[in-house]
Design a protein around this ligand. Sequence first.
Ligand SMILES: Cc1cc2nc3c(=O)[nH]c(=O)nc-3n(C[C@H](O)[C@H](O)[C@H](O)COP(=O)(O)OP(=O)(O)OC[C@H]3O[C@@H](n4cnc5c(N)ncnc54)[C@H](O)[C@@H]3O)c2cc1C
Length: 624
Amino acid sequence: MSALEDGKEYDIIFAGGGTAACVAAGRLAKADPNLSILLVEGGKNNLNDPTVTNPAIYLAHLAPDSQTAIFYKGNKEKALNDREAIVPSGGILGGGSSINFMMYTRAQACDYDSWNTEGWDAASLIPLAKRLEKYHPSDPSVDKDLHGYDGPINITHGDYAPKGPQDDFLAAAEALGTPEIFDLQDFKTTGGFSRWARYVCPEGKRQDAAHRYVHPLMASGNYPNLHILVESKVRRVIFDGNKATGVEYEPATSSQPSIGLSKKVVSTVKARKLVVVSSGALGSPSVLERSGIGGAELLKSLDIPVVSDLPGVGEDYQDHHLLLYPYKSNLKPNETLDGLLSGRVDFATAIQEKNPLLGWNGIDVCSKVRPTEDEVAELGPEFKELWDRDFKNKPERPLMLMGVVSSFLGDHKILNEDKDGVSQYVTMGTYSAYPYSRGNIHIVSQDAQTPASFNTGFLSHPADLKKQVWAYKKQREIYRRTNAFAGELAIGHPQFRPGSKAALSEGPLAPHGFSSIEERRQLKPIEYDAEDDAAIEDWVRSNLNTTWHSLGTCRMAPKEKGGVVDKDLNVYGTTHLKVADLSIVPENVGANTNNTALVVGEKAADIIAGELGLKIEQEASARL
Ligand SMILES: Cc1cc2nc3c(=O)[nH]c(=O)nc-3n(C[C@H](O)[C@H](O)[C@H](O)COP(=O)(O)OP(=O)(O)OC[C@H]3O[C@@H](n4cnc5c(N)ncnc54)[C@H](O)[C@@H]3O)c2cc1C
């Protein structure tokens, strides 16, 4: 019972036990077994949870009744055709790393340099990106100096990944001028597709931050200094003046309802040296605001005493906007995850029978891509002006990421499988690397259970819509050039008017298959007119959602520029209080964000260790 912790004291308390927090806590516990550390996590323990450890079942975490994700509901937004977008985020020990899609994707070096903060440039952070990984893929083209080989997180292509569909897809992409590149995670390359590695070990198990940085230490019995308190939601940080001295928490309602008529039990744990807020980009701003750190006007309106007036808390929210386009395919049952995700293959039986598909995330090929100058011109003069300023002479910046998932990613009950005679699918995903749109999230009550007011800001900048129009056309041209293509699934594509030249194809375009890249190249491109473009734009507004890559809400920047933390992650106007998660990221990264969260955790460990006179042992990590 978490209330038994009440009044206990630790050296360091992490408020939130997610990706960055597990990395930092594990590193620090190991650096000094006398340093007592507590992770207070709102969700459940993830230890050996088969839905976490078996990669293939990751979508279960996004089911409406999921107990492992937090669903942050956005307000109604005009740019989204009046939809209320929902942004799920990790809600279990290990945070996002325990429920994510496991795509290994590293930021570009220029992304880190764009943070413009001492100690957080590419030269400082690339060594940490190497330190965290044990990279298994081998190819003569890989620059070995850019990867790590003895870190805690195994990076592999998994123990199961059907090669035929990958070769087919890569040939289609090459026909359109986007060749295969072995290592797109070299911090600089764009312009091609790659066989994507994963956060999965050679034995097919997920490599989340808790299982790789925390659980092995606790299981060893050598680190009684490391503690976890799960199913406990942090209400606020407590202060003595402006010095953080601990946190107040309450049982997470879904898992520990209060008994009978008794009141919710609120407990306190004390921190002798440091409190680190690490509740994620959508959780940390609320913890800070409930603690009296945020815009003074908002805090006063909610009767919260102001500890530090920082209007930047909760502002500048960013994500990578995602669209998913499904296709019918002629792939075999062992070449997609549809069997498992539709329930046709029973999960428990699959575990019992050690079904090899369990070690697969179905995401074998992805890309970092840029449009040609002609394609940029087609998107109009306003877009071109931004392109010329922000991308044209910066070839390391992808405009979009585009990947292929071997499955239908929705509820299979909405498909007409019997009528269509199809039961295997492929989904193309397109997401913007550096959206211009910004949102915000702010509390509306002192009560930790009352959801915050959240404006995602998705598509609030018109250029972000144009990017998706380009990406829709590009991914469609690529996928229809594969031999696996068996038609476009109308429920997941724009509704073109009858008779439009852009109308969807019900079936394959090369029934006997393409026999060469040249043949794929010769397929006539689809023609779109202004009405078709309008149909795509409307579809994008009605269907675009999160890529689950939230960041930027407690930016590391000068205070006068809306910053919340300094280069050492200290919250302005306080002492003994830091933030360590993706909320501190000042500018977006052209990559899925798990790697950056791991890097932030590693950097936080170094900063805190430095302040305490400790040293993070690097090679020792390999023995975890
Ligand atoms: C569904 C999904 C798919 C993704 N796919 C990929 C992918 O394939 N590749 C990739 O690179 N990235 C992916 N990501 C993104 C990546 O996982 C996240 O960016 C990263 O995990 C964020 O790390 P963090 O430390 O900032 O926060 P988190 O890991 O989210 O940690 C925050 C933690 O705080 C807890 N918390 C929140 N509020 C409180 C509170 N008040 N009290 C106590 N605890 C609290 C949460 O439960 C959570 O455990 C995905 C994310 C999701 C959600």
